[in-house]
Design a protein around this ligand. Structure first.
Ligand code: ADP
Ligand code: MG
Length: 247
């Protein structure tokens, strides 16, 4: 077990992370697992070391957001695969922001793969694997008591701030931020914090110079071998952190 870390009771376990209580009631500890899933959890594998890489990358990207003044849950990275974060009440919603047309959008919107989306498109989806994560508009959000209209505006504003900060950071590493998914939660005072994780599982990332080269989970979705997928996460780690992985 990692030093300086006291894991409390397990509160929740999802597809890629476990949530533990911390000794501080306002915080929780996220453990990143080596699991990788796609297609609403139907495709599932385990890639040793993936939890570490994604946790370290998430920590780095949360630091980038904090430096840009975006409110996040991030407190501390405990290597190899733990984040200490502010405890929030999560919204069971995936907030997607798109700069370039890719993925599911192509099947339900009149755009072609690779079309620039300017201004960026922000979409809400209910986290519900059985219903295949249906898209929500502001009235659905209000009906399900997830967020009122002003709060939907606030979430979109935060999402666009995330986009600006991450786009600039990735560009400095020669990477194009095609799209990404975030999740938000409310802290004790009701303020929205960017929570959960941000890494190659939740972003589409394309190389600026090498056409067709990608650094994200699409390699897995499209049937790449587990070795290829691991290499992609290692490459992303090296590009973003600027050193070899330690674990
Ligand atoms: N700051 C936080 N406070 C409380 N719960 C959190 C926080 N950040 C993430 N979580 C929760 O961690 C859980 C595990 O994450 P994950 O494995 O990604 O779940 P899922 O399979 O639902 O995507 C999720 O239920 C998520 O809501
Ligand atoms: Mg998740």
């Amino acid at each position: 077990m990692t030093e300086n870390l006291v894991l409390g009771k397990k509160i929740a376990e999802g597809k890629t992370k476990i949530v533990y209580e911390s000794t501080n009631a306002n915080e929780v500890i996220l453990e990143f697992k080596d699991d990788i899933t796609a297609g609403d959890g139907l495709k599932h594998d385990v890639i040793p070391g993936k939890g570490y890489l994604n946790c370290a990358i998430s920590a780095k990207l949360f630091e980038v957001l904090e430096s840009a003044g975006v409110p996040t849950h991030f407190i501390k990275y405990i290597p190899p695969n733990y984040l200490i974060v502010r405890k929030v009440t999560m919204l069971p919603v995936e907030i997607v922001c798109r700069n370039i047309a890719a993925g599911h959008l192509l099947q339900r919107f009149p755009v072609k793969a690779g079309d620039p989306l300017n201004p960026p498109l922000v979409e809400f989806f209910l986290k519900d694997d059985e219903l295949h994560d249906p898209m929500l508009n502001d009235m659905h959000m209000a009906y399900l008591k997830l967020a009122n209209r002003d709060e939907c505006d606030e979430i979109r504003k935060i999402t666009l701030q995330v986009n600006d900060a991450l786009k600039e950071f990735f560009a400095s590493k020669g990477i194009i931020l095609v799209d990404f998914k975030i999740e938000v939660g409310r802290d004790g005072s009701g303020r929205f914090l960017v929570s959960d994780e941000i890494n190659g599982d939740s972003c589409r990332l394309w190389a600026e110079t090498e056409k067709g080269k990608i650094f994200d989970k699409d390699v897995y979705r499209k049937g790449g071998s587990l070795e290829e997928v691991k290499n992609v996460y290692v490459t992303l780690y090296k590009k973003l952190i600027g050193q070899e992985p330690k674990y």
